[in-house]
Ligand binder design. Structure first.
Ligand code: XMP
Ligand code: MG
Length: 184
C-alpha cells in the first residue's frame, strides 16, 4: 500500500500492539470497576485517535464507554495556534464521570491544553489523558499527561490514524513520509 510514499517505519504494528496492552494494564489499575461514577468514559479526538481508541478499548480489561469530539485548531496545517473550535461536541454530559481523553499525538500540546480546560469546566469526577505519541515540543506545554506510548523525534508521521491530507490513516504502523510526497 502507498508504495514509494513511506520513507521508514518508525513504530511497527507489533510494537503498537504491545504498548497498547501495557498502557491498558496500567490504566485499568487506576479505575475501580462498578464505581458509582459509572464505567470509564473514553473521549476520543477525531479523527486521528480512532484506531488507537478502538484497540485500547479492546485491550482494557474493564468496561468502558466511548464518546468522540472533533476540534479544529486555527493556524497552519502543520502547526497549531492554540485557538480551538469545536466541530463536534460530546453527545453526553460528563459531569461526575471518570473521563480519559484518548489522543493520537501531542505536538505543541496547545490543542490538548485547550481541551483539558474545556472538559474540566464540565465537572468530571476525574480527567486524564492517554496519548500514543508525543513529540519533543510537548515538554514545554503546561499539561500533565500521565500515559504516553512513545516519545518520537520531531518529524511528521503518518499511519494508524494519522494523516497527511487525509491519506495514510489506514496504515497499520507509524511511518515517515518521503519528501516527494510533500513536494507534490
Ligand atoms: P498540538 O500542537 O496542539 O497538535 O499538540 C496536535 C495535533 O497536531 C497534529 N499533528 C500531527 N498529525 N502527523 C500528523 O498526522 C504528525 O506528525 C503530527 N504532529 C501533530 C495532530 O492532528 C494532533 O492532534
Ligand atoms: Mg491531521
Amino acid at each position: 500500500m502507498y508504495e514509494g510514499d513511506i520513507a521508514s517505519v518508525l513504530i511497527s504494528e507489533d510494537e503498537i500492539r504491545e504498548k497498547t496492552a501495557e498502557l491498558a494494564a496500567i490504566i485499568a489499575e487506576r479505575y475501580p470497576v462498578g464505581a458509582p461514577e459509572g464505567d470509564l468514559l473514553l473521549v476520543g479526538v477525531l479523527k486521528g485517535a480512532v484506531f488507537f481508541m478502538t484497540d485500547l478499548a479492546r485491550a482494557l480489561p474493564i468496561p468502558t464507554q466511548m464518546e468522540f469530539m472533533a476540534v479544529s485548531s486555527y493556524g497552519s496545517s502543520t502547526s497549531s495556534s492554540g485557538v480551538v473550535r469545536i466541530l463536534k461536541d460530546l453527545d453526553k454530559d460528563i459531569a461526575g464521570r471518570h473521563v480519559l481523553i484518548v489522543e493520537d499525538i501531542i505536538d505543541s500540546g496547545l490543542t490538548l491544553s485547550w481541551l483539558m480546560r474545556n472538559l474540566s469546566t464540565r465537572n468530571p469526577a476525574s480527567l486524564e489523558v492517554v496519548t500514543l505519541l508525543r513529540k519533543p515540543d510537548a515538554v514545554k506545554a503546561d499539561i500533565k499527561v500521565a500515559n504516553v506510548g512513545f516519545d518520537i523525534p520531531n518529524e511528521f508521521v503518518v499511519g494508524y490514524g494519522l494523516d497527511y491530507a487525509e491519506r495514510y490513516r489506514d496504515l497499520p504502523y507509524i511511518g515517515t513520509l518521503e519528501p516527494t510526497v510533500y513536494g507534490g
